[in-house]
Design a protein. Structure first.
Length: 160
């Protein structure tokens, strides 16, 4: 009989006995939400500060914001990952890895299409963004913890 190798320690689990979301994944999701932040940031009421230049510098448009939407769904599912969550949150969570990869691939596709169409120059910001996206895609593909994380969802307590 083969014994199962223990991969995770008790601290890796939350109060619902499912894996906690790793801090790196939270940071990665916030990175994928960058276009939403860059659109919303200038809208914040800041006294005497105009932050609109950030969106202009990053050349954010509606199509780039679209690439953040799958990651936004996963972020909402993280916040609502409790036993009482509805079927929609559960379904989003089960597809979380796919949604995050979709967000990365959409971002890469849109950015590279903009370069090919001469809508955007291949500058340092773009190179760094593409590099981070490739690293994140590799992490999502290769990480066993990410696979295990999205395969678990807190169960409703059984009623006796």
């Amino acid at each position: 009989m083969k014994t199962k190798k223990i991969v995770y320690v008790p601290d890796d689990y939350n109060q619902y006995n499912v894996l906690k979301v790793p801090a790196f994944l939270i940071i990665a999701i916030l990175y994928l939400l960058k276009y939403l932040f860059l659109i919303l940031l200038p809208q914040l009421p800041m006294v005497g500060k105009d932050l609109g230049y950030i969106s202009e510098f990053m050349r954010v448009d509606g199509l780039l914001v679209l690439s953040s939407l799958p990651a936004a769904l996963v972020f909402i599912a993280i916040l609502k990952r409790i036993p009482e969550a509805g079927n929609l949150i559960h379904m989003i969570w089960k597809q979380g890895k796919f949604l995050l990869l979709a967000s990365v691939l959409l971002d890469l596709t849109i950015l590279l299409t903009y370069v090919l169409m001469d809508r955007r120059a291949m500058d340092e910001v773009l190179v760094i963004t593409v590099y981070f996206n490739l690293l994140l895609a590799a992490y999502l593909f290769r990480s066993q913890r990410i696979h295990d994380l999205f395969s678990e969802f807190p169960e409703q307590p059984s009623k006796i």
